[in-house]
Design a protein. Structure first.
Length: 373
């Protein structure tokens, strides 16, 4: 029978993701609107976005946080264009975004000493095969595959190269071993449910040392330049952005950070996401027709949860459309490059009760679309 209880918030998109529970745009501090981002009030807000991020994430001494253009993509490309080329590169790819970094490295930067470690959707590459004498580029969590690296044990503390980690669907949802990560990027619209267009770039002292001692052979666009006269432009990491940011988006981000702090901090946000995943795990265990795309439970993402169904691609599309028409779940179809299935966001801005309400609807919709199978 058709379930009677619907999720109060049917937004389960994997980006932009659901706003936090209780979000009210009218409650944002918009005192910066209409002011220059280079004014005292503008710099204060942007500086707080950097310092509060560092505090909540518990970053080690000497790590720098900056607001940069063009979302997580811009932050990753800024890092690759500025840092790569000094050493060989190992690049890991087990889903579409990692594959995009392979394209940048091999076809745009045209680096020659590149070791590409691929894996199919649902799997991880062989982490023991990574050469840490090279720089290493990888995603922490495969947003389009639902597969994450289980921990940082595979990264040596005494590595010679830099680790450049796209962690956009992991930051604020998964514990990260900061001492083993030299560059970390993410965007506001993932785990914090913020707005798009801005990226966050976190640099370790080792990354800063590379920036100040190495000049790439290729031209550098203005929005990628982090040094001047061979020294890091420290202002970027105090809120003096390279180009003009949206101060409304900044206000929204600060609201999200305050919300995390109110939850109890980073660990509370991580626990909330893990509890959400547990709801889906219980459902999968109880229903033979649905499975996780991730083949190893240790690598199972607790944010972008990807699922396969015992159904045709057309039936999966019909199921997704049916749930949307019932106003039960929006935007839960698998990413276009991924195997046909579902992708349900389980980050901290999603309420456990909404996932619990969604699960019976998945069963009902599956029965509807496969009734004539």
């Amino acid at each position: 029978m058709q379930p009677q209880t619907k999720p109060q918030n049917p937004n389960f998109s994997s980006g932009p993701c659901s706003k936090r529970p209780g979000y009210d745009v009218s409650k944002l501090d918009v005192s910066t609107l209409g002011r220059s981002h280079r004014s005292a009030i503008g710099k204060e807000a942007l500086g707080k976005a950097c310092s509060q991020t560092a505090e909540l994430l518990g970053l080690p001494e000497g790590y720098r946080v900056g607001v940069v253009p063009a979302s997580d993509t811009g932050a990753v490309e800024m890092a690759m264009w500025s840092l790569l080329g000094a050493r060989g590169v190992d690049v890991l790819a087990w889903e579409s975004f990692g594959a995009g970094w392979v394209t940048d490295i091999t076809k745009q930067l045209k680096l020659e000493n590149v070791n590409h470690l691929p894996a199919d959707y649902g799997k991880l590459p062989d982490l023991n095969a990574v050469n840490f004498d090279n720089d290493v580029v990888f995603t922490w969590n495969g947003t389009t595959s639902g597969v994450k690296v289980p921990n940082g044990d595979w990264i040596p503390a005494d590595r010679a190269g830099l680790t450049i980690c796209d962690a956009t669907s992991a930051v604020f949802a998964m514990p990260l071993p900061w001492e083993k990560l030299d560059v970390v990027t993410y965007s506001w619209q993932k785990v914090l449910g913020g707005e798009g267009a801005h990226g966050m770039l976190i640099l370790s002292p080792r990354a800063v040392e590379r920036l100040e001692s190495y000049t790439p052979a290729w031209p550098m666009p203005k929005i990628f330049r982090m040094t001047k006269g061979g020294k890091l432009i420290e202002g970027i990491f105090r809120g003096e952005t390279i180009n003009t940011p949206s101060m409304l988006c900044v206000a929204d981000y600060l609201d999200a950070l305050d919300w995390v702090e109110g939850l109890g901090g980073l660990q509370a946000a991580i626990s909330k996401s893990e509890e959400n995943l547990a709801v889906v795990k219980d459902f999968v265990q109880a229903n033979a027709w649905i499975n996780f795309l991730a083949e190893d439970e240790e690598t199972l993402s607790n944010t972008s949860v990807c699922l396969t169904l015992d159904a045709s691609e057309e039936q999966v599309k019909a199921l997704v459309k049916l749930l949307a028409s019932e106003k039960v779940a929006y935007d839960i179809g698998a990413y276009r490059d991924a195997p046909a299935g579902l992708r349900i966001w389980c980050g901290a801005t999603v309420d456990k009760a909404d996932l619990q309400a969604l699960m019976p609807w998945l069963s009902w919709a599956y029965q509807q679309v496969t009734a004539s199978k």
